[in-house]
Design a protein around this ligand. Structure first.
Ligand SMILES: [Zn+2]
Length: 405
């Protein structure tokens, strides 16, 4: 397929990268001055491509095709983490722009309707997924009170920018038939397998627990070992057993993390009286998540000792369910991948969260991955091969034509 203009695509990505460039990476957090400038540039670029583009009432940039539906929505996000890479989100937005203008310019496809979005606040500088959640009608008043690290709320910043009363882009079931998000993988799997395209089957779900160990605080010199109720030592043994048992219960791509630990009072000469850990695990399959959850629950029940260290679950994080991509869209993405990159693609889950998981319950949604060099993301070092960036756009364009034909 020659309808994608590689120089134009990479040129726009380079320009977007210049907004907030920081060494190899980018700092462009939501609603920062540089983020607003990038959004204004994107509106111009979309308008030049023939889209009816504007910044909407929550800060998303939305470019509507002049063609009547059925329409496919393409896009991702242009906001970044406080230390972000140049492709996370940005690639999917510029891919959408390039595919929309390429299809509009080709007489064979100029009748197809492709809308393009840069969804606001995917990275959670405020509440996270603001733009995509607004699009599917899931925002509440509470979302407008979410604040950034400086304490400014979404409502305050929208008022300050003069965007608060603007209409918001909305999902139109009579027009929108599918959504596609292309993105860097942000992990190592494609690179390790020597593959170039991932047809995403589902976005992982997340479960989380807080577990508290309550023992007896005492003097670290005078308390004999056999009389101790050491909360920290109980916690270390628990974590070691947890790791072994989760390894046995988990799926091939399950991940688990004890990312937060506190020991109280936390002094070298005090036997700790209390310890708290946060356990999180992720998988694309709810039955695997159930299995991992029962490992945690069983281990807590087993280790709970009323005479020694009490172990209990004090918080179960609200489960985030896996978001399956729609099978018809996945089939079109797979067919496009096989046509453009025969033998160099695979089905795979997404281990990271994306706007696509917000859209998926509301309209048929799919995702396309390209490899991340060394599997690195959320870091200035994030990068991908330019040839893979172009290939991803070609697969995206082909998938759109298949969906709309
Ligand atoms: Zn992203």
């Amino acid at each position: 397929m020659d309808r994608i203009d590689a120089d134009r695509l990479l040129g726009d990505l380079a320009t977007l990268r210049s907004f907030g460039a920081h060494g190899n990476g980018v700092v462009r957090t939501m609603f920062s001055e540089i983020d607003v400038a990038a959004r204004e540039w994107l509106v111009e670029r979309m308008s030049e491509a023939g889209l009816e583009a504007r910044i909407d009432g929550v800060g998303s940039v939305y470019g509507r095709s002049p063609n009547p539906g059925p329409a496919v929505v393409l896009g991702s996000h242009t906001d970044t983490q406080p230390e972000g890479g140049w492709l996370d989100g940005a690639m999917g937005v510029i891919h959408g722009l390039e595919v929309a203008r390429a299809l509009l310019a080709d007489p064979a496809t100029s009748h197809l309707a492709v809308d393009v979005a840069s969804w606001a606040d995917e990275e959670g500088t405020y509440g996270g997924f603001l733009g995509s959640r607004s699009f599917v009608g899931a925002l509440t008043d509470e979302d407008f009170q979410a604040t950034n690290a400086d304490g400014e709320s979404v409502q305050q910043v929208l008022d300050r920018l003069g965007w608060a009363d603007r209409p918001r882009a909305e999902l139109d079931p009579a027009r929108h038939v599918a959504a596609l998000e292309s993105h860097i993988e942000q992990g190592p799997h494609l690179e390790h397998q020597g593959l170039r395209i991932g047809a995403v089957t589902a976005i992982v779900g997340i479960r989380g627990y807080e577990v508290v160990f309550s023992g007896q605080q005492n003097h670290a010199g005078t308390t004999p070992m056999d009389l101790r109720k050491d909360a920290a030592m109980a916690m270390f043994h628990f974590c070691s057993a947890l790791d072994d048992r989760l390894r046995a219960a988990a799926g091939e791509r399950s991940v688990w993390t004890v990312g937060q630990v506190s020991v109280e009072p936390g002094a070298p000469s005090i036997v700790p009286g209390r310890a708290t850990i946060a356990i999180q695990f992720r998988d694309a399959d709810d039955t695997v998540l159930d299995r991992m959850a029962s490992v945690v629950e069983a281990l807590v029940a087993e280790r709970h000792s009323p005479d020694g260290v009490h172990v209990e679950i004090t918080d179960r994080r609200r489960p985030l369910a896996p978001a399956p991509m729609e099978s018809g869209v996945v089939a079109h993405v797979s067919a496009a991948a096989e046509a453009i990159a025969p033998g160099a693609w695979t089905h795979m889950p997404s281990a990271a969260g994306h706007d696509a998981q917000v859209l998926a319950p509301h309209l048929p949604t799919g995702m396309i991955f390209i490899p991340s060099i060394n599997g690195v993301s959320h870091d200035f070092a994030e990068d991908s091969d330019h040839a893979d960036i172009v290939l991803g756009a070609e697969v995206l364009a082909d998938a759109v034509v298949r969906i709309l034909s």
